[in-house]
Design a protein around this ligand. Structure first.
Ligand SMILES: [Zn+2]
Length: 231
């Protein structure tokens, strides 16, 4: 049983190496880098878009407040008339008018700052968008080049997979499932030999009680690297 899965692993080693070769290729690195850039830029563009929308909404609110305050101030146009007719307290009205004016000044400054922020956000958005467009061709080429490399390995890959399928015959289904699960978790080799009382992959020393189980041909899992230990 152990012999069969170890044989399977030896065939799988070729597939693992092929995968490593692809993953480590310049084509894949270039493609992955540009892909990451595209994704990040796309997220950033969305965020800038949302930010511009929020700023514009805030700007509308402030402009409305400004208009209301300006309308309130217009009432003071007839100030002198008011004073002459009713002898009202001039300073009271003056104070009130000044209050409105101050409020308008402050609102005006806030509006100007917001307008600047909207402009800056728009500019940032446009610049990033232009950069993304300029990189699109490069991204497309990198993707194609990586695909060409991948396709060039398809034949080899299919041959190994066929070999694996044959080697899998007679291996316990549970053993194979555990193997494949660990393999998916990028653990390779999945089966690690116990050498001088240590895991030969990570050098961890399993407890003696666990090691004793190995004597009978059973397997245990390495506590450290989670490989399947055998002796
Ligand atoms: Zn280990």
């Amino acid at each position: 049983m152990l012999k069969a899965i170890l044989n399977y692993q030896e065939i799988d080693r070729k597939l693992y190496q092929l995968e490593r070769e692809l993953a480590g290729s310049a084509e894949r690195k270039k493609y992955a880098k540009l892909k990451k850039y595209m994704e990040t830029a796309s997220e950033k563009l969305d965020a800038l878009d949302a930010k511009a929308e929020a700023l514009k909404a805030e700007l509308t609110t402030l402009e409305e407040k400004y208009a209301i305050t300006a309308a309130a101030l217009e009432e003071f146009d007839h100030l002198e008339e008011l004073v002459e007719n009713g002898g009202a307290d001039l300073s009271f009205y003056k104070k009130k008018a000044m209050m409105h004016l101050d409020r308008m000044k402050k609102l005006k400054a806030d509006i100007a700052a917001l307008e600047d922020a909207v402009k800056a956000t728009d500019k940032e958005y446009r610049e990033l968008k232009a950069e993304v467009i300029s990189k699109q061709a490069e991204y497309k080429t990198a993707k194609e080049e990586y695909n060409v490399l991948k396709e060039s390995k398809e034949g080899e890959k299919a041959a190994i997979e066929a070999e694996l399928k044959k080697a899998a015959v007679g291996i316990d289904a549970n053993v194979l499932t555990v193997y494949k699960t660990k393999r998916k978790e990028k653990i390779f080799p999945v089966y690690s030999q116990l050498y001088s009382g240590r895991c030969s992959c990570c050098s961890m020393e399993p407890p003696l009680a666990a090691q004793n189980k190995l004597e009978g041909g059973a397997t245990i899992e390495c506590d450290h690297c989670h490989r399947i230990l055998y002796k």
